[in-house]
Design a protein. Structure first.
Length: 559
């Protein structure tokens, strides 16, 4: 039974190593070991470049030809305390968004840090926010719009900045688009006003869409890749992620008809989303655009505003979010928007752990110390389970000389050896699995905490102490990984050695190999592991002391 217990632990440990290696392969551009997906850059099916929704729900039509959109456009920058938006007069589309409070570089933000660019449109990368009136003969995102002159930078004491653009009539319709930027906010209000300048009634449908290429976002963490791509949120199906290749292959599965929700583009740490007011019927869509050489992908919503009489106008208010995945802030913007922060399959455990981490940070004021205190809280919550495990290990350690002698004496009679071992366990009231099951129960919690630390943008460039200026990057001096390795080996030495010499050596070599991987892990995760190891050693020593088991370091013979 002792072998069974150890085997279970090694299986869990081995699977962890395989999963970590799989993450490393993906991080370096290699296919995944399990269920490798098709390349994201696969050429999309033949489509007209730059498609927008047609004036009929569910359809599509091409944008104006090059000659129709040949008028010169210009780009205008609008600056607040947290955002710098570049709006192109071609369609009054957002073609660049700079997050002024977040640095491009990792390793600790400073005065000379380069602000992070989320959206941009250039020869290397396309990620833009577009909107307009559906239909080829309509003021869509290819129509040239005139900027109504105004402020381009938010002055001290100013709380809002307004940028207004108006198109010439196209197909009898004129579009006036008004952006309202607010101090301290990553949400921009966008009002669409459509006036009918023709002599007959006109149907009006307004679309909002996010368009980007397949490049992944900001994720420099080895062994760890978050989802990058479109997402649709509705009350009916909640948060639905859509892979780029599923859009290409026309296999995207999402709720199209809804009266609420949002569409988004998600990447590690940051996201963008178009938010149309609740209660307004809309049709969500995804589609492949661009060319085989430069594939693009769009996610958006189409709202039918009905027929507009001559001389009348209609309007649609929307909000455009472009910013960090700060869970607490996202919850206040729109229902379900916090789900753009991708915890994967451990969401049900990760969300309460993040909530607790955020509460501790509000008390401590430092994310590094918040991690330390969170581990203390978790260890306290699992104290009884861990105590049971360490009591079982202490009893096993006390019985180990007796078991070793018995195995040597009955090595030629395996059946009698097993019977004698069961008798000893029964007499001493020892459960061989007692040290395994409590640890197994805690594994989902530790995995969830792993995802919390690696998914939270708050850790990005967040300092802890001394040389640790970025909890999301590896320790530049490798001090924390060395300490983590020492504590791991010390903790291993406190456990009883298996009777089998080969198994005893593996019991040391595998934790050592596991520790070496942590030299590339974010400092925040290594700090968590050091704290967990230290508390485990203290608790194990305390329980052994109370049981009268002498603390002894068990070292295998490697020669």
């Amino acid at each position: 039974m002792t072998d069974i217990r150890r085997s279970l632990l090694w299986v869990v440990f081995g699977l962890s190593l395989v999963m970590l290696w799989d993450r490393w392969q993906i991080h370096n551009g290699q296919p995944a070991l399990f269920f490798p997906s098709a390349p994201a850059a696969k050429a999309p099916a033949a489509q007209t470049p730059g498609e927008v929704p047609d004036a009929k729900l569910g359809g599509a039509s091409s944008v104006p030809t090059a000659s129709e959109a040949a008028q010169a456009s210009q780009r205008i920058e609008f600056t607040t305390d947290v955002l710098k938006l570049t709006i192109d007069t071609e369609g009054a589309s957002v073609v660049q968004s700079v997050l002024r409070k977040h640095a491009t570089e990792l390793g600790g933000a400073h005065e000379n840090s380069t602000p992070l660019v989320l959206m941009q449109k250039n020869a290397q990368h396309t990620y833009v926010a577009q909107s307009g009136v559906a239909g080829q003969e309509a003021p869509n995102h290819k129509a040239i719009m005139a900027w109504q002159q105004g402020d381009v930078a938010m002055a001290d004491g100013q709380d809002t900045l307004v940028a207004k653009f108006a198109s010439a009539p196209v197909g009898g319709l004129q579009l006036i688009k008004t952006y309202t930027l607010r101090r301290g906010s990553y949400v921009v209000d966008v009002k669409h006003e459509v006036a009918n300048a023709s002599g007959e009634a006109k149907p009006v449908q307004i679309y909002t869409q996010l368009v980007r290429d397949h490049q992944t976002g900001d994720s420099s963490t080895p062994f760890y890749t978050t989802f990058t791509g479109p997402a649709v949120y509705t009350d009916a199906a909640k948060f639905q992620k859509i892979k780029f290749e599923d859009i290409t292959d026309k296999k995207a599965d999402f709720v199209a008809q809804a009266n609420e929700g949002y569409v988004a583009m998600v990447q590690h740490y940051f996201a963008s989303a178009w938010l149309v007011a609740q209660g307004i019927a809309r049709e969500n869509f995804v589609r492949a655009l661009g060319s085989a050489a430069q594939p693009l992908y769009a996610v958006g919503s189409l709202v039918d505003l009905g027929s507009v009489a001559p001389g009348a106008s209609v309007s649609l208010d929307a909000r455009l979010f472009m910013g960090p995945q700060e869970e607490k802030v996202l919850e206040t913007i729109a229902p379900g928007l916090e789900l753009v922060k991708d915890y994967g399959w451990v969401t049900i455990l990760a969300k309460p752990l993040y909530w607790l981490l955020e509460k501790i940070h509000a008390f401590s004021g430092n994310w590094g110390w918040a991690i330390v205190l969170l581990v203390v809280v978790i260890k306290a919550a699992f104290y009884w389970l861990n105590a049971q495990a360490y009591r079982s290990m202490a009893k096993m350690k006390a019985l180990n000389p007796r078991i070793t002698e018995m195995r040597a004496r009955l090595k030629d009679n395996p059946q009698q050896m097993q019977q004698e071992m069961m008798r000893i366990y029964r007499e001493e009231k020892v459960n061989p699995l007692g040290g395994c099951l409590p640890i197994m129960i805690q594994i989902p919690v530790f995995i969830a905490l792993y995802w919390v630390l690696l998914s939270s943008v708050e850790m990005r460039n967040a300092p802890w102490a001394l040389w640790i200026t970025d909890l999301s990057s590896k320790d530049p001096w490798y001090v924390l990984p060395v300490i983590m390795t020492v504590t791991t080996l010390f903790q291993t030495a406190l456990n009883p050695l298996p009777p089998d010499p080969l198994q005893a050596k593996l019991m040391w070599l595998m934790p050592l190999a596991f520790s070496v991987l942590f030299f590339q892990f974010p400092a925040g995760l290594v700090l968590y592991w050091i704290t967990n190891n230290t508390l485990t050693i203290i608790q194990q020593w305390h329980i052994n002391h109370r049981m009268g088991v002498k603390l002894k370091l068990n070292m295998p013979k490697f020669r």
